[in-house]
Design a protein around this ligand. Structure first.
Ligand code: FAD
Length: 474
């Protein structure tokens, strides 16, 4: 029986996609500059089918690209090297919520926001909240170690995944981390931690045991309006220096604030130079005192207005507008490139000034909406992909900004991962020895590099492919 017939026998003909017009859906993720049409997509319905598909691929030497919702912003789901896409989106159950022990067992294709929705009746929630949380899956969050607005205080995905099941490229199923039933920590090496952030290169995650947090007694959400990005940037460092750790500190500059306001009509001031959304959570007394301190720090830095979300509904509307910010860009530009870098919080004013200079130098508008409290910047570089010169300038501007992040003591990625996009920057941040150590670790899980090939690590072959495709598209 051919490879294709065997896969169809496992998942059924409906769950095997090979028609060119249907494959286009899977040609890219949210980094639309990088495209590659896979030769097939497989959508298993349960973990047994996942295991059988992986075993079949192993037997036939066919590489696999695990995929969740395809919201990655780094081209991490491109199916190169004749790989099939193994899409986990049908494994979407919340297997159980354990309110007494504040845990949930979920399947990999479960959408992030569904966990909080299911936990809320028990007074619990799942903390990591990427802005894409209404679409992205836990499997994708694990593979990219996702952050989000509320990871400043509570930590990123790795701090909230207690254990997980991974199907190795050989087809062997392993459970890593805390015991699945008791939730108890297990002794030995933290292989769970090793797998989180491995961008689908170590195996296919099918289930995860995640931590749930109790809803805080109170939350205070402030919208602080500044005349300049500089004033807002300085306030971020000052708030944390004061010993306050808010649940979230998010920044939006003038251009994105206008675009968001025009799209969603929340009531953001159209003449703001920058706004901060600061959310404090915890016990009532502490939150009120920290709110007063935060407001006076912001005013000392020149804040001209502070508004409080008065109701739960207002708070929800504010976050909804913030989290849909990328979607508002369609009103002001045909295309945009989202960058993701990190600087020490104290260097936020420097990087924001640099971004403004780069924008002028490359004659492209750049707007900023980002997790300021983490020093995790997201410049959105606006361009028109019908103009090859603009494409090149946008890509170059992105690289320049990330190089500047490195010079300032930061990193080329905060949360979106490396994928194909940032491969050329890996050897700027890491030594050859660092990279070899990472590859050696990968080979423990995937000795033949069959799981998500040609991602993250520089290799002569991939670079050649990349350059050829870039030249062909220009
Ligand atoms: C509008 C928008 C806002 C965003 N905001 C944030 C944010 O605030 N914070 C943040 O961190 N990210 C953000 N992202 C990026 C993206 O949503 C995250 O990286 C997310 O975790 C990807 O999940 P996904 O299910 O879409 O994964 P995919 O895009 O399908 O895959 C991403 C990576 O995970 C791997 N993968 C997926 N499922 C599995 C699995 N079951 N087993 C093994 N590997 C797997 C893939 O191979 C790939 O390497 C945003 C993206 C968009 C479009």
């Amino acid at each position: 029986m051919s490879f294709q017939d065997q896969i169809i026998e496992i998942v059924g003909a409906e769950a095997f996609i090979e028609e060119p017009e249907r494959l286009i859906v899977y040609e890219c993720d949210a980094l639309t500059l990088e495209k590659f049409i896979p030769h097939a997509v497989v959508l298993p319905a349960n973990r047994e089918e996942v295991i059988a598909v992986v075993r079949c691929c192993h037997t036939h030497g066919v590489p696999i690209v695990p995929r969740g919702a395809g919201t990655s912003l780094s081209g991490s789901v491109l199916a190169m090297e004749g790989a099939i896409v193994l899409c986990l989106s049908r494994l979407q159950s919340i297997v159980h919520i354990d309110p007494d022990n504040q845990r949930a067992l979920v399947e990999a294709g479960c959408v992030n926001a569904w966990i909080t929705r299911a936990a809320q009746p028990h007074g619990l929630y799942y903390a990591p909240d990427p802005s894409s949380q209404y679409a992205c899956t836990i499997g994708g969050n694990i593979a990219t170690n996702s952050g989000g607005p509320h990871t400043l205080k509570h930590g990123v995905t790795t701090n909230h995944v207690l254990g997980l099941e991974c199907i190795l490229p050989s087809g062997e199923a392993i459970w890593l981390g805390a015991d699945m039933d008791s939730g108890d920590d297990t002794p030995g090496l933290d292989l769970r931690g090793v797998l989180i952030g491995s961008e689908g290169m170590f195996g296919v995650v099918t289930r995860a045991l995640v931590r749930l947090l109790p809803e805080p007694e109170t939350r205070e959400t402030l919208l602080v309006v500044f005349d300049s990005v500089d004033q807002a940037s300085c306030s971020v460092g000052d708030i944390i220096r004061e010993g306050i750790v808010p649940g979230a500190i998010e920044m939006m500059d003038a251009l994105i604030t206008q675009a968001v306001e025009e799209a969603y009509h929340f009531g953001f001031p159209l003449d703001a130079g920058a706004i901060l959304i600061v959310e404090l959570d915890g016990h009532q007394e502490q939150v009120l005192s920290e709110s007063e301190q935060t407001q006076s720090i912001c005013r000392a830095n020149g804040a001209r207005e502070v508004r409080r979300a008065e109701t739960t509904q207002q708070r929800a509307e504010l976050w909804k507008s913030r989290k849909r910010a990328f979607g508002a860009i369609g009103r002001i530009s045909p295309n945009y490139l989202t960058q993701d870098g990190v600087v020490p919080r104290s260097r936020l004013p420097d990087i924001m000034n640099y971004i403004s200079e780069i924008s002028k130098a490359c004659h492209l508008r750049i707007c900023n909406v980002f997790h300021a409290g983490d020093g995790n910047i997201h410049p959105l570089i606006l361009f028109d992909e019908r103009d090859p010169d603009q494409v090149q300038r946008a890509v170059q501007a992105g690289e320049d900004i990330l190089m500047r992040c490195l010079e300032l003591g930061g990193s080329v990625s905060g949360e979106h991962g490396i994928g194909v996009e940032k491969i050329p920057l890996m050897n700027k941040q890491f030594t050859p020895e660092d990279l070899q150590a990472m590859k050696d670790l990968r080979h423990v899980f995937d000795p033949q590099e069959k799981c998500n090939p040609h991602k993250m690590f520089p290799s002569a072959r991939r670079c050649a492919d990349f350059v050829a495709r870039k030249q062909a598209s220009v």
